[in-house]
Ligand binder design. Sequence first.
Ligand code: SF4
Ligand code: SF4
Length: 741
Amino acid sequence: MGKKIAVYVCGGCGIGDALDIEQLSKVATDEKKVPICKTHANLCSQEGAGMIKDDIAKEGANALVIAACSHRVMYDVFNFENCIVDRVNIREQVAWSQKPGEEDTQMMAEDYLRMGLAKVEAMQLPEPYKPEQEISRDILVVGGGLAGMTSALEASKAGYSVVLVEKEAQLGGFQKKVKEIATMPYKGIKHNTIEDLIKAVQERENIKVYTGAAVEKTVGGPGVFEVSIKQNGTAAQHRIGAVVLAAGWRPYDPNKLDKKLGFGASPNVITNAMFEENSQGESITRPSDGKAVAKAAFLQCAGSRDPKYLPYCSTVCCTTALKQALRIKEQNEDADVFVVYKEMRTPGQAEDLYRKAQEVGVTFIRCQSPEVKAEGGQLTVEAEDELLGEKVLLEDLDLVVLATGMVPATAFGKDISKELKAEDEEKKEEELEVPLDIIRRSNILNLEYRQGPEVPALKYDFPDSHFVCFPYETRRTGIYAAGCVHRPMGIGSTTEDAAGAVMKAIQCIELTSRGAAVHPRAGDMSFPEFAMQRCTQCKRCTVECPFGAINEDEKANPLPQATRCRRCGVCMGACPERIISFKNYSVAMIGSMIKAIHVPEEDEEKPRIVVLACENDAYPALDMAGLHRMTYNPWVRVIPLRCLGSINLVWIADSLSKGIDGVLLLGCQHGDDYQCHFIQGSELASIRLSKVSETLNRLALESDRVRYENISIIDFTKLPALLDEFAARLEEVGPNPFKGW
Ligand code: SF4
Ligand code: SF4
């Protein structure tokens, strides 16, 4: 693309008061000899945007540098088709965060304009990725329980064809075993309507149901998945656009519980799940002899919320116990029913069910550690009643029901994370310190992905997602988790979750069909391109991509799968040969932005700090600081990165060898409570940074010149002090000796 660069400088929103915008324009006109450079009092006005449109139409301007507000606002106004656009942020990050009229403030704006021009010179217009195969709009739903069937029905109603795979012989999942349910508005218990849902699914022409079936293989990526489904010894092939993983849950294994809870000591000690299975008939009976239950105790949190067993709360066990207690009371209003609990958790309107149980005479006993005794055919529960402060004996019980929690289907199967890692260890050239996820061979999706056959999980085996910003998302693009495989939930939440997941699957299909990225860079048309002639088959990109988007051939050549890519740039940062780039984001582009910064001589006593800021949290936090008119250090020059994981260490070398005094990396929190939009990006950046001392030693520089800080968007109030403190440390260390070289 032949570029005609045009620069537009806005004087509105106080920019013109803080800066000399005519002087600023001279960077473009005098220094860079840009053919078109204009100022305007309000570029975002109809007249201002119209001026730009006129230049595009009449002057052939097609590479636009707009020095005004942050790119995070007014994006619809400054969106010009078929043009390269860079937004130079002289409002939030200069005029609103620096002292007006000062030399340092003007110098900052001038540097940002130089950096914007360097960026635009290095950028190309992205072209949408078009796979060779036609994009499929069909949705695969794995799991025919409540979540799976709801997803299938929602997709079908929205006009998408569905392939529904259920491993059991019938649809319905666990709900098929449940006779009565407790759900909104929680005024009492109701008859389960799962059969109606099964019928509705079976009646839809655009839902193809496979029961007694399993997904044997999943190849490809969003829009172009090739899925092989095995049923009765035969295999059916389907082209699929996106996947909803609704594989459900299994009850926590009661055999693993503390023996004090009595499981196995008597057939009359059962779990809440067994209660459902055993009470399909008219009456609720004790398993040992079929006698109707007249006295029962429900023991809550059996193993749940206990680090030794199941550390989390499954959210539904309390409501389930209330429902089951009510069922016994419905059968026999004189039955003695006890619920022994640590805390009753009945959120929202489920509190009404709690009240109803109290009204019909269910007795609640608060006790942290009840004990079940099964001696001489007698069942007794011993409980320390915390409210009465005395020991309570519940004797001659017909039934003890243990409230065991939910374990996601993805938790079963062997954890092969270490094996996958070991394979890399053997073949690596340098140490690959990629954080380990849990990846199990659990035989649900059987993905042909270099990074393992199933969706990765965090420590509790739920398919990991950025819960705050991207519910439903897994670490495999185009595969969305729904229902209890996603997190423990009841009926109401499951139906909502299933609808949400299928909406994300539809969004993925539609964006993929346009060649665009899904969240978080929704709509981004760029994708990584590999200059394969220079690839050394080091495997860094294939190992570090957080989304398993790059497969490998037998010679370890990377095989990028563009529709799986989320455009984070982690592979670009990982590649030691620097052969991965995007049309509008590359190692060279950021390098040229760094080189565009004017570094004053040592005697001018104007240090310079390059801030490489994650554009998802740290960069918005800087904008927020400006928005709140918080003044911060004028030496900083901020460069937004798609993800800190895209950092290539050459940028640090480039900065320091140019005489920049320090480099600050601002990224998101990592670890189990990570905030990184690209999951492992910020962690990979900090791992790469731990190896930077070698570069610093080579340049004979102090390690204090480079620092990593976690910043989330709400931390903006901390930013001015953080930048000042880093600047003060650099003053102590002294000027970069490379200044002026
Ligand atoms: S690392 Fe990011 S940009 Fe690279 S292939 Fe993976 S998802 Fe795409
Ligand atoms: S593209 Fe780069 S990171 Fe990936 S294998 Fe080749 S040299 Fe290594």
